[in-house]
Design a protein around this ligand. Structure first.
Ligand code: LLP
Length: 429
């Protein structure tokens, strides 16, 4: 269980073998702290499960979802472990390249790929475009033609499966903007098959994020398999099947399915299907996990600026805010809060809030904490969709990021200073 990498020893909270207070002293706060061991373990949960089902490099590819945490050091670490990358912008592709990632292991998702982004991706000969509409197919074919290249393509189909997660992060229902409707998919594949400079290689879907149960994922897989069979009958052969990301993590007391169990069930279905329909002919499987790799591998370290004790509410005003960690304000997401140094004083109920001028600027509500001004807090499970969703609202520089390895750490992104924030602006006479 990866929470063990952020563990209390006596009264003191550690990241791996390093007291978190040590990082705050050297780097200041707010700071995102990631555990190298946790990142490694979480990635290997996928890679090892693929291996143990006889799927080595060519039979399965884990394409880490860059949007969940795109720090170069994180990308570099995962790349060295063999990860591919799921990107959603040209910027993310440039990050992957800057981190030493292999463009031939990059898949490009997203509903709004621009011409420039498509050109950039084609010039690096990425593994596959996950295409989300017929107009995108036409654009891709035209650009690839003008560059004398071939674009490998997978169509993102929308299997109309309820992921049973937060509506903002559910993507596989008919009313969502994502993917090509299931009933239109066969026709879209026919178009793709005919278009010049397009090579149809796969099929993909992604039904949502923070799924605790794998039943909706397996239901989506069944629908994708059904479609792959129809395509086969129509003479369109697929080389890979990409089931997206989505396995959730424990923020509070959720009990998500173990990655190994989910993959065991998935491979069992796929192996049966291939054995029954294709005499055992293999098909490559891809995944696009984000949160389950980085979510519990990171915390946000913050310091209490003031305590406000009131008649009906107590507030712990900390130096991190909604601009650093947007998830509570945006989704009412729950994150654990732990005092870095436990105190022997009475606990009170606190709302943990930031300095931003919005009532929505809260990180946690109604938590029993024993605090004094100046204390450090760790906002738990903040490794995914934390820093990547951070903003500069209120002209607040974004937090520093550090990577812990054993009892040492490296700064992997320095803190932004105010001048960084207006360096691109100019005054008009
Ligand atoms: N593939 C695609 C096409 C996606 O859209 C996503 C996430 C993933 C893979 C990775 O899913 P994961 O394994 O992380 O569940 N900001 C929200 C989450 C948004 C998820 C967007 N798509 C949050 O903070 O909860």
């Amino acid at each position: 269980m990866n929470m063990a990498y952020f563990e209390r020893r006596g009264d003191v909270l550690f990241a791996e073998n390093l007291p978190l207070a040590h990082i705050a002293e050297q780097v200041g706060t707010p700071t995102y702290v990631y555990s190298r061991a946790a990142l490694t373990q979480n990635f290997l949960a996928y890679a090892n499960a693929c291996h143990s089902h006889g799927r080595a490099e060519s039979g399965a590819l884990v394409c880490y979802s860059v949007k969940s945490n795109s720090n170069l050091a994180v990308l570099n670490l995962l790349g060295k472990l063999g990860s591919g990358f799921d990107i959603v912008s040209g910027g993310e592709l440039l990050r992957v390249l800057a981190a030493g990632g292999d463009p031939r292991k990059v898949i490009f998702s997203g509903v709004g790929k621009s011409e420039d982004e498509i050109k950039l991706a084609l010039s690096h000969d990425i593994l596959c475009f996950n295409v989300e509409s017929i107009p995108e197919l036409h654009r891709l074919s035209a650009i690839a033609g003008s560059m004398h290249r071939t674009a490998r393509v997978s169509l993102r189909v929308n299997p109309d499966v309820d992921a049973k997660t937060h509506p903002y992060i559910s993507t596989g229902l008919k009313e969502n903007k994502f993917g090509i409707a299931f009933e239109d998919a066969l026709q879209a594949y026919r178009i793709a098959h005919e278009l010049p400079n397009i090579e149809v290689t796969g099929i993909d879907c992604h039904i949502g994020s923070q799924l605790l149960d794998d039943a909706p994922l397996l239901e989506a897989l069944d629908k994708v398999i059904e479609l792959a069979d129809q395509l086969h009958a129509a003479g369109i052969r697929l080389h890979h099947l990409d089931i997206g990301g989505g396995i959730g993590i424990t923020y509070d007391n959720e009990q998500p399915v173990a990655v190994a169990d989910y993959l065991a069930r998935l491979f069992k279905r796929i192996d049966h299907w291939r054995a029954d329909s294709y005499g055992g002919a293999p098909i490559s499987i891809m995944f696009e996990p984000g949160r389950s790799i980085v979510g519990n591998a990171g915390v946000l370290l913050t310091r209490v600026e003031y305590l406000k004790h009131g008649a009906s509410k107590n507030f712990a005003v900390v130096d991190a805010a909604m601009n650093d960690l947007m998830r509570p304000a945006m989704y009412e997401a729950w994150h654990g809060v732990q005092a870095v140094q436990q105190r022997d004083i009475a606990a009170r109920q606190y709302d943990v809030v930031g300095p931003v001028c919005e009532s929505g600027d809260w990180l946690a509500r109604d938590r029993a904490l024993a605090l004094e001004p100046g204390d450090l807090l760790a906002i738990m499970s903040a490794g995914a969709y934390g820093m990547t969703m951070a903003s500069n609202y209120n002209t607040r520089g974004r937090a520093a990021e550090v990577l812990v390895d054993g009892s040492s750490f490296s700064v992997i992104r320095r803190r932004e200073n105010p001048k960084d924030l207006f360096a691109l602006e100019s005054i008009v006479e």
